[in-house]
Design a protein around this ligand. Sequence first.
Ligand SMILES: [Zn+2]
Length: 190
Amino acid sequence: MMEPVALAISLAEKIMKIMLSTLRLPSGDEVGDILKNLGLEELCLRGGIGVYRSRDLIALLIPRESLVIDVISSSGDLSDALEIVVYRDRKLNALILEILPANDIEYEGNIGLEPVIIDAETGELLSNPVLGEVNEEEGGVVLVIDGETYERWSKSGKLDTCPVCGGELRWKNDRAVCLDCGYEIKVVRK
Ligand SMILES: [Zn+2]
């Protein structure tokens, strides 16, 4: 069973990569393509607004000056729904991506993800988001991160904190498991 947070993390990583290489916000079409590559089917696309779904999830894509992507369980339960907001902050001259609970009051978890902040001029990543690809494997859900992400995370001094839920991580070599949400984190160096 894929949860909204799993899709949100995978999607956020791919959007971050586009912003790092192009120094602009992705277009609605680009985000739609990412969603399709992540296994969602496009149900409807009208006036730029797209609705996508997989067996477990529904994603609603609203491109305006900023981009908003809502990810909801297909059961319609809002308690774990998330919203990804991607925008340019003119004051900071930065490209920003945040993952927020879509419903603050009902959200059951604790979203521990740091926002992506990219200097829009130099393309430098100014924050330490722990993003990667989330896969369902035998035995559970695994967030696969690369060596670069691990190094940044390590320098931020927060290696003990689960990026998914804010819980406590237990490390063994290149793998960690969260004692609270059960997600596993795997470092894969290229
Ligand atoms: Zn956790």
